[in-house]
Design a binder for this molecule. Structure first.
Ligand code: ADP
Ligand code: ADP
Length: 237
């Protein structure tokens, strides 16, 4: 799924100060199959940017295109639902959102919610666990019995089981030690290599961008400060 932003601005209302413009006229294109990495300091607009990619946020001005979907300041509910069926969005600390009785049910929840038949959801649940380095023996186990790192993997697997055309990862390795980070990011990268879904990764770590990205987007103060291949971006800074 190709993504493009045309002159997208976003203003939050009702905070302190009352109006805060978090994105200023952002234009960018992320081609189908691209692994894009968004970096920048805290508060630079990374989360706000990626929340426009599945319609969690709507632009205050400008236009977002995600595949066939258009997001503009005007509301349009039907297309939003369809868009979300094609986009997997992994929030920070996703393990806090595990709530089913068993890992299997957890992995089936997303696909079923998006209209996949029960049998197919079951097949996907069984197939996805090894891809995140966990044994199928864990399927009947409660997610609450897992270690933190394992819970993170199940949460990631539950998004991958939706077979998203676009995968958005907001700091998927936040809070993990360097070894845990490496494992999670390598796993996500390998999954991308196999399935070629368009992927957008938000990270604080420059070295992740250098190592993984086809396209690096450097945010600063709500604007795109630099974008290009890792070579292009890091030779200028
Ligand atoms: P990160 O920088 O790690 O992405 P933030 O601390 O910016 O996370 O934001 C965490 C959550 O708090 C997000 O859901 C964001 O929308 C919300 N948030 C951040 N800043 C504000 C604010 N000034 N007022 C209200 N909500 C905020
Ligand atoms: P980042 O992900 O790069 O840390 P964010 O997109 O979370 O940046 O935030 C960009 C700016 O918008 C920050 O100044 C933040 O405080 C503000 N912000 C984020 N969410 C909200 C919100 N819900 N209400 C008001 N301000 C917000």
């Amino acid at each position: 799924m190709q993504l493009s932003f045309k002159q997208v601005s976003h203003t939050y209302m009702g905070g302190t100060p009352f109006e805060h413009q978090a994105l200023h006229r952002v234009s960018l294109t992320i081609p189908t199959g691209c692994f894009a990495v968004v970096i920048g300091p805290t508060g630079s607009g990374k989360s706000t940017l990626v929340q426009h990619m599945n319609g969690l946020l709507r632009p205050t001005a400008g236009e977002v295109r995600a595949g066939a979907f258009h997001l503009t300041p005007k509301k349009n509910r039907t297309s939003l639902l369809k868009l979300r069926q094609s986009v997997g969005f992994l929030f920070q600390y996703p393990e806090h959102q595990l709530f089913e009785e068993t890992i299997k049910k957890e992995l089936m929840f997303g696909p079923i919610n998006f209209g996949v038949a029960k049998e197919e959801a079951e097949t996907r649940a069984e197939a996805i666990l090894p891809k995140v380095g966990l044994s199928p023996e864990l399927l009947p186990v409660s997610p609450l019995q897992l270690s933190g790192g394992q819970m993170r993997r199940v949460a990631i697997a539950s998004i991958l089981a939706q077979h998203p055309e676009l995968l958005i990862l907001d700091e998927p390795a936040a809070g993990l030690d360097p070894e845990g980070r490496e494992v999670i990011l390598n796993m996500l990268y390998e999954y991308h290599q196999q399935h070629n879904q368009t992927t957008v990764l938000v990270t604080h770590h420059m070295e992740d961008a250098l190592r993984l990205a086809d396209l690096v987007i450097v945010m600063n103060k709500g604007a795109v400060f630099l974008s290009g291949t890792p070579e292009e971006v890091f030779s200028e800074s």
